[in-house]
Design a protein. Sequence first.
Length: 322
Amino acid sequence: MTPSLLITGATGFLGQYLVAAARRKWRVAGTFHRTRREDAERLLAGVDSGKIDLTDFRDVRDMLDAVRPKAVIHSAALADPNYCEQHPDESLRVNLQATLNLAGLCGDRRIPFVFTSTDLVFDGTRAPYAEDGPVSPLNLYGEHKALAEQAVLERYDEAAICRMPLLFGFADNGRVPFFQRMASEFRAGRPMTLFADELRTPISGPVAAVGLLLVAASGMEDEAVNPKEIERVRGILHLGGRESISRYEMGTQMLDILGLPPSLAEPISFRDVPGAAARAADVSLDSSRAYALGFDPPPVRKQIERLLGRTVEEKKDTDAHG
Ligand SMILES: NC(=O)c1ccc[n+]([C@@H]2O[C@H](COP(=O)([O-])OP(=O)(O)OC[C@H]3O[C@@H](n4cnc5c(N)ncnc54)[C@H](OP(=O)(O)O)[C@@H]3O)[C@@H](O)[C@H]2O)c1
């Protein structure tokens, strides 16, 4: 029987890519929160979906009893550092308390629980960071994620914590990620300022989904979802890309791919753009543990090409079908 996977935050940037990749092999159930039901039904067409506030323990318990998933990927979060800085109580409830509740409920049921954490648990002064490096968050988002990591592992020692790097791609949930804004500005011939001194090890949404599904399926005896018989992944795992690059470099790569002048990308320093949350200079991840397990992110340029190619294809498809 096809195993079932619960994806929290299925209407989010990462959740959308997770659902698209998972449904090829899993029976997927996805949750949403503030997205209007009709929009969620459009975004999650063909997938069991449910509206839930994950901070409500009883609702979460009832949902797990109803869905009975074989594994859970927790991608719901308040993921905007500036928002978290300005809404500390809400961030604590969603990013720490809801995560801990879900981890505990999965622990009680002994089902794999994959928590998506962040490279922003680090302060950016000692990259590249391996899994065993001490955390040192600069802002509340990173702090609450770091607290959640520790609390999850104390509550359920079989949980997997995947620290995600900067993710890039497109979203059709009404929020426009930086990569999408970059693509539309450049395609319209408009310049865009991009941080040149903030380094990350980015991966695209589709590549992130592949990595997280590998972890969710690890240890399962089902050949469809775990064909390489990867042993159960526990503890902290970095799912970063192979290159340490800035958004500015990503912009120049995109311009090169699109055949547009490199001057459309204008380098700026993150130090010149004040925000509510402090920013880290270089939170590049050392992801060799994940690579040894078979996680194999392609070069960033290739990932950008694939994303742009697909939107071109999608556009052709839309044009052809009105
Ligand atoms: N995007 C990145 O570059 C990046 C980098 C590192 C780590 N991460 C991590 O990756 C994960 C996914 O991030 P993302 O960028 O996809 O975030 P996102 O686009 O902001 O999506 C967040 C999701 O969480 C849901 N959600 C928020 N509060 C909720 C609540 N109280 N109850 C239930 N659901 C709730 C949202 O539902 P509604 O929209 O329906 O309200 C949405 O589906 C997060 O754990 C984030 O920390 C992301």
